[in-house]
Design a protein around this ligand. Structure first.
Ligand code: AMP
Ligand code: MG
Length: 477
């Protein structure tokens, strides 16, 4: 295994910090498939020792990165890895470089008032969600290993502690560039851009032109990422610029959530009463965040180039989103009457609080004629209210050239049967807190093949039960 830490050679970009080992750790989950694809082969004892901060491999140089960020609209000049460490960079078999990042590794110079630790609840939530998104085809950081600890962690209540080893081609955030811009050290910005080019995008040249192309790429990837979130009904919950990945990955899972009942203004984060990061705000927040990044890069890229890239964002996002939605509805092409059909569907979904994921999955059962399929009717509190809409959708299906079976297969390939609903994660967390990982394992198996139909796991493909509405997920993790 080829391991080093190029980033740690930037002594101005953070601090060398050793992990603080966890007491009485236990190995809970290892992502052997991902490890294999990264060329990492370790035995379980090594996984446990590394993730619990008891061992470093040759080549690892643990380093806490400094960054800043706009949090809920206000600028925080110095954040950084307050409880995570970049252990090293592994070179995967194809030559790609991946960060190994240990979250919950203890205090660093950036911990502020935090304890440097992570709780089992949030670490497992991150593990499950990053796997879920990955298998839904949504770019994300990945989870490699989860360990629990015997040390209690104090949040709103006392909780079991944990640490998560995660991996991503890079953990560079918009906030890294904001830090150097606002702290009056702009000379380090080209060094970080060059690092990104060297390690991730070697096709780009270094210098203003290449940096302009790099920014354009960040814009496109962000637009495409958020289009995917919207299409699948994923709410990130804390889209601060320090949680925005330069590579367009879903990064830093906190109070995220998948939509249950369709509600465009859904707020998944209990600590966001104003709904700054509500589901329907995510596209606009993405642009706002990119504007903050543009500001930070403005000394190194022509203003015109920055503006031109920003100007493409909305179109890119809408184009990608519209393409995802066309497929979710099972249509081969958009026709003139479709936008109205589409809008009216969303009005009805919102008015009747219909489950978002189940709706698309079960819509595939509808034929151009015949009775309303029972699983679809079961989702609708007032099926009669949909009479008109179904008539229009069915009339529209007649214009399709695919057979019903072909359309259904195409819809099933894009509309997941299994998404990580909060109550499913909660059930796995409660078991894990009692030392039983069986439920987490089951969930991971289902989420790894989200488009399959597994009748023995029907319960996991149903709308959330009423008690799920009382689950309260906040920033505190
Ligand atoms: P987050 O809300 O998780 O994105 O974190 C925002 C900032 O707070 C980052 O700089 C984190 O490193 C830091 N932070 C969050 N939780 C802790 C903690 N328990 N101990 C130290 N720093 C933390
Ligand atoms: Mg964060």
């Amino acid at each position: 295994m080829l391991l080093d830490n190029q980033y740690a050679s930037f002594n101005w970009a953070g601090s060398l910090v050793e992990p603080t080992p966890l007491d009485s750790p236990s190995l809970l989950l290892v992502n052997y498939d991902l490890a294999e694809s990264l060329g990492i082969s370790l035995d379980d004892r090594q996984w446990l020792e590394i993730t619990s901060g008891h061992r470093l491999l040759p080549g690892m140089t643990p380093f806490a990165q400094v960054y800043a960020g706009h949090q809920f609209g206000g600028f925080s000049p110095r954040l950084g890895d307050g409880r995570a460490l970049l252990l090293g960079e592994v070179v995967a078999p194809g030559g790609a470089r991946w960060d190994l990042h240990l979250k919950g590794a203890g205090k660093t110079p950036y911990s502020r008032f935090g304890d440097g630790r992570a709780v089992l609840r949030s670490s497992l939530r991150e593990y499950l969600a990053s796997e879920a998104l990955h298998y839904l085809g949504i770019p994300t950081t990945r989870a490699l290993c989860l360990v629990g600890s015997g040390e209690p962690v104090y949040r709103e209540q006392v909780e079991p502690g944990a640490a998560l080893l995660r991996a991503a081609p890079s953990h560079l955030r918009f906030g890294h560039f904001e830090y150097f811009y606002y702290s009056g050290q702009p000379e380090h910005i080209p060094a970080l851009l060059d690092y990104l080019i060297d390690t991730q995008w070697p096709d780009l040249e270094k210098g203003p032109q290449g940096y302009g192309a790099l920014f354009e790429r960040v814009v496109t990837r962000t637009a495409e990422l958020i289009a995917r979130w919207q299409a699948v009904g994923f709410c990130h919950g804390v889209m601060n610029t320090d949680n925005m990945s330069m590579l367009g990955l879903t990064l830093d899972y906190g109070p995220y959530g998948f939509l249950d009942a369709y509600d465009p203004g859904h707020i998944c984060n209990h600590s966001d009463p104003a709904g700054r990061y509500a589901y329907d705000q995510q596209p606009a927040v993405g642009l706002w965040n990119l504007q903050r990044l543009a500001q930070a890069l403005s000394g190194h890229i022509e203003l015109d180039a920055l503006q031109q890239s920003l100007g493409q964002y909305e179109h890119q996002l809408l184009t990608a989103y519209s393409e995802h939605m066309r497929q979710k509805l099972g249509l081969e092409q958009w026709h003139e009457q479709d936008p109205a059909l589409f809008r009216d569907m969303f009005s009805l979904l919102a008015e009747h609080g219909v489950d978002y994921s189940c709706w698309f999955r079960r819509l595939a059962l509808l034929d151009a004629e015949g009775d309303l399929p029972a699983p679809l009717a079961a989702l609708l509190p007032k099926p009669d209210a949909w009479h008109d809409w179904f008539a229009r959708y069915r009339a529209r299906l007649v214009l399709e050239s695919r057979t019903q079976a072909e359309r259904r297969a195409a819809m099933d390939a894009v509309n997941p049967n299994y998404v990580l609903r909060n109550h499913l994660a909660q059930r796995a967390i409660e078991r894990a807190e009692q030392g039983d990982m069986a439920e987490a394992d089951t969930l991971l198996q289902l989420l790894a093949r989200p488009f399959d139909d597994r009748p023995e796991f029907n319960d996991y493909a149903e709308p959330a039960p009423a008690w799920a509405a009382s689950l309260c997920i906040s920033c505190s993790s």
